[in-house]
Design a protein around this ligand. Sequence first.
Ligand SMILES: C[S@@+](CC[C@H](N)C(=O)[O-])C[C@H]1O[C@@H](n2cnc3c(N)ncnc32)[C@H](O)[C@@H]1O
Length: 375
Amino acid sequence: MNTQYFATVARGLEEIAAQELQNLGAQSVKVSFTGVYFQGDRELLYRVNLWSRIIFRVLVPIAKVKSFNSQQLYRSVQQIDWAEYLDPDMTLAVTCSGKNKQLNHSHFTALQVKKAIVDQQQQAFGQRSDVDTEEPDLLVNAHIDNNRCVLSLDSSGGSLHRRGYRPAVGLAPLKETLAAALIDLSNWTPELAFYDPLCGSGTLPIEATMKALNIAPGLNRDGFGFQNWLDYDRDLWEQLLTEAQDQQKNHLEVPILGSDRDPEVLQQAQENAENCQLHDYIQFLHQNLDQAEPPAKHGVIICNPPYGERLGNTEELESLYKLLGDIFKQRFTGWTAYILTGSKHLSKKVGLRTSQRIPIFNGSLPCTLLKYELY
Ligand SMILES: C[S@@+](CC[C@H](N)C(=O)[O-])C[C@H]1O[C@@H](n2cnc3c(N)ncnc32)[C@H](O)[C@@H]1O
């Protein structure tokens, strides 16, 4: 039986996320703002959680109820039979997105939904679920849209950008999902060498290697929301895990490289690669950009140089962007290079003609992915 799902995704990545979902077998795929609707069975739900490189989470909508104000929301939520999804010995958390005139404080709205659920449990069983905001067994999302509220179960639990190989630290690392999306947008294929000469904590080379070796990005995660659900199908999940492990490759055709001048972030990159057992596949070099050399005749460079005041002063940044342009032109003939930046002013300093400019959001920051064909 097919169910309707909703994948949440970063702004601007809806179209490539839809393509990815289609490739994974999703049906009736429909793009929306920061999300993609699709249909499929339970196997697809598990498969998308395990294999998607670009989306944040998959929500399973269970009801759309009236929610003019908090009293109406409380009553509507109580009409849903929560025993179908939640035992009192399971923990619970509720998040809220969207708002209307009366329900304009998401924390309060979430509390109201939680209260309606646990009050129902208390009446029915004389016991109620404890709240655990860190690792709940059931994570409910309440999305307010005008006078309606869509209640969904979050099948992913934590966001899927947390692959499990990188601790939540670092200077300005790219989200893993954004790095994977940039690689997709570049049309890089594993027959081409890959190089990030400003690799920081190594997100781009690591995501490229995972793609090249056909490693499911969810394999290193601690767990997924649906694994704590009452209808969890362990056999199905284990079958998908075995299938993913069998499909993994153990050989790269071409070099994948990252380099950075900062020894500390490079150490972090090395550790991240070790955390996902990819350290034997990626070469990390401690060097300044001016020492960058192509590891093959053809290949793809993707990098995100710093561009904000926080990460460097203007003069220094201007010379970094100019150096990027010089190095591309002088040493990387036959390659295609991409720069993700949020600064128009700095992008002009590269001094090369772009063949494409793709608008992208890095979190809430509007950026552009600049493409350079280096003849
Ligand atoms: C915005 S961060 C890249 C983040 C990276 N994509 C990640 O996911 O962690 C920019 C990186 O450029 C490096 N960098 C800046 N100037 C450099 C230079 N001249 N040579 C080499 N690396 C440089 C910094 O050390 C920093 O790690």
